[in-house]
Design a protein around this ligand. Structure first.
Ligand code: NAD
Ligand code: 2HG
Length: 399
């Protein structure tokens, strides 16, 4: 029986679905440290994580028989994707299932900050009735600057325009501007005109410290700042200075450079005393709708990979979308992307007079993946010959 370990309170539908597909499933509420994870992965075939469990090179080296990692979230920066690929370990995520939830949180942040709701709430909680319009604004007609116009940034763009905001965006890549959104040629062009700046870049390493003192300094007087992307992207010390000096009028932060591993763990931030500040514990994607959708989506990718060898939507292996086996056995062969591997696979099968019922090849960067449905079971010697082909990383026979 294959074994799955699901960490970080993944939606129960994922465990149910994996059990329905024959997995023995263990679940845990929090994230694990590197050493704890290495221990916990003993005998595990697939592991499910969210954003707090780091699946590092050391973990993957220690557990080379692991077959797949499911990131039950959008971000995959917590997994060493390149090394997982080199080891033949497939990694999947849910690229769209919580997009809408993040967008709704950010819209909520923008409206609340522009109406100074955190400050008003704070005052009333302390018995101060401060009925004033000072510093409060409608969002209609204001300029929203979106940094990173991917799935979240572009959906936010559409909904913000529906609220009457003017949208400008900045992205490293050429992107289709939706609605009336305007693409800025430089980050500073965006910062100098935006009443609200929101970051939605991905978690690539080079985005570490991407938004620091220089970028805050370029923001408009009284603008608001939001980060719901990754904690290491923005310098919160610099943010605090710009709030304290009165340059910025408010901020919402959902992600932090260091986050607790599980609910209930202690947490501190220097931003706690800021007046017009929304602090949320990395809940951009934490809605019941999103978590249920993610649970279904990622467990299905893991099941398809385990049962069919399908790498469709994998983030680190060549993608092949496979249906049911058309022969008596399916041989999934992952290898270094060298010339001649496919020919070598077919020569080995041909020498045994084995007919090929179906075959698919995908290559991506350094990796090649050939999946062959064969009309008779190859002998042990043939399987050994396939495993010995130069560049073979991993081979599985799926019946
Ligand atoms: N707070 C949460 O709970 C939560 C939930 C989901 C996703 N996220 C995070 O939100 C972020 C965005 O997610 P997505 O699904 O839209 O990602 P995406 O990959 O669809 O979009 C990211 C965009 O950012 C652009 N980009 C990357 N680096 C950039 C830079 N330095 N300058 C300008 N543009 C840059 C990319 O070209 C891409 O268009 C990710 O970091 C993801 O991990 C957070
Ligand atoms: O649920 C999580 O832990 C991560 C949410 C979010 O950051 C994501 O990458 O989807």
């Amino acid at each position: 029986m294959p074994k799955a370990l699901l960490l970080e309170n993944i939606h129960p539908d994922a465990a149910k679905s994996l059990r329905d597909h024959g997995f023995e499933v263990e679940t845990m509420k929090g994230a694990l440290s590197e050493d704890e994870l290495i221990d916990a992965l003993d005998g595990v075939d697939v592991v499910g994580v969210r954003s707090k469990t780091n699946v590092t090179r050391r973990v993957l080296e220690a557990r080379p028989t692991l077959s797949a990692v499911g990131c039950f979230c959008i971000g995959t920066n917590q997994v060493d994707l390149g090394f997982a690929g080199e080891q033949g370990i497939a990694v999947f995520n849910a690229p769209y299932s919580n997009t809408r939830s993040v967008v709704e949180l950010v819209l909520c942040d923008i409206i609340c900050l522009m109406r100074r709701i955190p400050a008003h709430t704070h005052h009333l909680k302390h018995g101060v009735w401060d009925k004033t319009a000072t510093g409060s604004h409608e969002v209609r007609g204001k300029t929203l600057g979106i940094i990173g116009y991917g799935n979240i940034g572009s959906q936010l763009s559409v909904l913000a325009e529906a609220l009457g905001m003017r949208v400008v965006f900045y992205d490293l890549e050429e992107k289709l501007a939706l609605g009336n959104a305007h693409r800025c040629a430089t980050l500073n062009e965006l910062l100098e005109q935006s009443d609200a700046v929101t970051i939605h870049v991905d978690g690539r390493k080079s985005n570490t410290g991407f938004f620091g003192e220089d970028q805050f300094a370029h923001m408009k007087q009284d603008a608001i700042f939001i980060n719901a992307s990754r904690g290491f992207v923005a310098d919160l010390g610099a943010l605090k200075q710009h709030l304290d000096s009165g340059h910025l009028s408010g901020a919402a932060v959902d992600v932090f450079p260091v986050e607790p591993k599980k609910t209930g763990d202690p947490f501190e931030t220097a931003l706690a005393d800021e007046d017009n500040m929304i602090l949320t514990p990395h809940i951009g994607g934490s809605t019941l709708e999103a978590q249920e959708a993610i649970g279904h989506f990622v467990s299905q990718r893991l099941e398809d990979y385990w049962e069919k060898g399908s790498t469709s939507l994998s983030v680190n292996l060549p993608q092949i979308n496979l249906g049911a086996n058309r022969g008596v056995a399916r041989i999934a062969h992952l290898h270094a992307n060298l010339p001649g591997v496919l020919a070598h696979v077919n020569r080995v099968l041909g020498e045994e007079n084995i007919n090929i019922a179906a075959q698919s090849l995908g290559t991506e960067g350094e990796l090649g993946y050939v999946v062959t449905d064969v009309s008779q079971r190859p002998s042990k010697a043939a399987l050994e010959a396939l495993r010995s082909i130069e560049g073979t990383i991993r081979m599985r026979v799926i019946s």
